[in-house]
Design a protein. Structure first.
Length: 178
């Protein structure tokens, strides 16, 4: 099986839209409370769902909650992770995410005038079941990680990866198939 190279579909995104700004402010206020207390009930308000079976250690940094982040069962997210889920992040069952992992879904234009106008695009990130993402890894927009894959610590995942492999490095490359 070859490494998947295609990114997930791109969507236009307006970062300065009032509804987007309001949602970021709501999420930020709630996560400030969660990060200070570790109270799991606050996470349920952030993500709009029951968080039984999901363990998240504070601090968590995330600019959107609600339905933009979907969790499977038995998910473990270690300390100091950052999710930028404007385009959506889907995490499967039995996933382990190490400390300091970053998941991004937004791309900003290279043209500075377009950036100043608030133009951007998003691509969702999908993490399959039984994935382990090592500490300090970075997952870029549009990446899909197949079931049972392990991502090495500090890796920068720029392209989608198939199921049941070990991938490491910057850029992240498959070093072993399981």
């Amino acid at each position: 099986m070859e490494e998947k190279k295609q990114l997930l579909p791109e969507q236009e995104y307006r970062a300065w839209d009032k509804a987007e700004v309001d949602e970021r402010m709501r999420t930020m206020a709630l996560l400030l409370r969660f990060n200070g207390t570790g109270d799991r009930r606050i996470l349920e308000e952030v993500f709009g769902r029951n968080m039984d079976g999901v363990i998240i250690h504070a601090p968590l940094h995330c600019n959107y909650g609600d339905s933009r982040v979907k969790f499977g069962s038995r998910v473990f997210i270690n300390y100091n992770c950052t999710f930028q889920p404007a385009g959506g992040v889907e995490i499967g069952d039995d996933v382990f995410i190490g400390s300091d992992v970053r998941i991004y879904t937004t791309n900003h234009p290279l043209d500075p005038d377009e950036r100043a106008e608030g133009k951007a695009t998003t691509r969702p990130v999908k993490i399959g079941a039984k994935v382990w993402i090592g500490g300090g890894a970075i997952i870029l927009p549009g990446v899909e990680i197949g079931e049972g894959t392990t991502i090495g610590a500090g890796s920068v995942v720029t392209r989608s990866l198939p199921s049941r492999c070990v991938a490491v490095g910057n850029p992240c490359k498959i070093i072993k198939r399981l």
